[in-house]
Ligand binder design. Structure first.
Ligand code: HEC
Ligand code: HEC
Length: 238
């Protein structure tokens, strides 16, 4: 997911070269937001992978993050983001970390709604094609849809949210494709993922969307743990 997500971001911000810097206050606003963005993406990628420990560093960065130069009056939203990130720092379970991630992404959206309205999704809202019965392809669609939900919350964008939810409204993987040690458990998590996606499609309220999104990420995590998957996530520096 992180890889797809970064591709999306890179294509949108292709003109910005990301430079890790020890003095973020001196960077132009766009670059500061970029590092902000990546820290949140790292928290989310770690949750999706089911790696609680790996959420801590980027979540701590976000919880301590304070940004001079944001629009006057937007400080309350920075606090909201910091509080959400602090919950991720304190989280003892992947479920709590998932819920905190939903709040983090919703906090991005709350501020943008007021101070940077009208941000557009970065990608054509057409789900990737492919043979749905194949586990890997199905996973790429999961990841694509989860990225649209992220954009739906963070930009925020109804069109992106609905596109993500639509993909999950499609059929879960068939039983025969789930040849794992615990097929019942895996199937339950797969069905749960799609149920949450359907619920996502009915929700309009940002706080409810954030909650569903958090539960969805925890479900991805649970299945990756159960099936022994570690979807590849590159380590970022920001
Ligand atoms: C306190 C308000 C606030 C919060 C919180 C916030 N942003 Fe932003 N964001 C802005 C503003 C204002 C801009 C427009 C900056 C500009 O145009 O220079 C922006 C722009 C962006 C952009 C576009 C950058 C560009 O070059 O156009 C991205 C991507 C972004 N934010 C991601 C995020 C993410 C992800 C989060 C949450 C982790 C987040 N933002 C949290 C206020 C906020
Ligand atoms: C039913 C169990 C299950 C659920 C639920 C699940 N995954 Fe997966 N995931 C897997 C398995 C198994 C693989 C390995 C697939 C393969 O490569 O054969 C995988 C692999 C991946 C990959 C790597 C794909 C690649 O490039 O090879 C990504 C990304 C991913 N999952 C994202 C997600 C996201 C995001 C969610 C939640 C919205 C999710 N997954 C939910 C079982 C699951």
């Amino acid at each position: 997911m992180d890889r797809l997500f970064k591709t999306t971001v890179l294509s949108a911000l292709a003109t910005l070269a990301f430079q890790p810097s020890s003095s973020p206050a001196q960077e132009p606003a766009n670059q500061r937001m970029w590092s902000h963005f990546l820290a949140a993406a790292d928290v989310q990628a770690a949750v999706t992978r089911g790696d609680l420990e790996a959420t801590k560093e980027p979540a701590t960065w976000l919880a301590e993050y304070d940004e001079p130069g944001l629009p006057d009056g937007s400080e309350a939203f920075v606090r909201e983001l910091q509080r959400a990130a602090a919950r991720a720092v304190e989280a003892k379970t992947i479920e709590t970390a998932g819920a905190a991630t939903g709040r983090i992404v919703a906090a991005c959206g709350s501020c943008h709604r007021e101070y940077k309205p009208g941000m557009e999704p970065t990608e054509n809202i057409e789900p990737p094609a492919g043979d749905e019965s194949d586990v890997a392809t199905h996973m790429v669609r999961h990841a694509w849809a989860a990225d649209r939900l992220w954009e739906g919350l963070a930009l925020p964008s109804n069109a992106a949210w609905e596109a993500g939810a639509d993909v999950f409204a499609g059929a879960p993987l068939a039983t025969d494709d789930l040849a794992f040690d615990n097929p019942e458990g895996v199937r339950a998590l797969e069905n749960r993922t799609h149920e949450l996606g359907r619920r996502a499609g009915l929700e309009t309220e940002p706080s409810l969307r954030a909650r569903t999104y958090g539960e969805l990420l925890s479900t991805c995590a649970a299945c990756h743990q159960m099936t022994g998957q570690q979807p590849a996530i590159e380590k970022l520096s920001w």
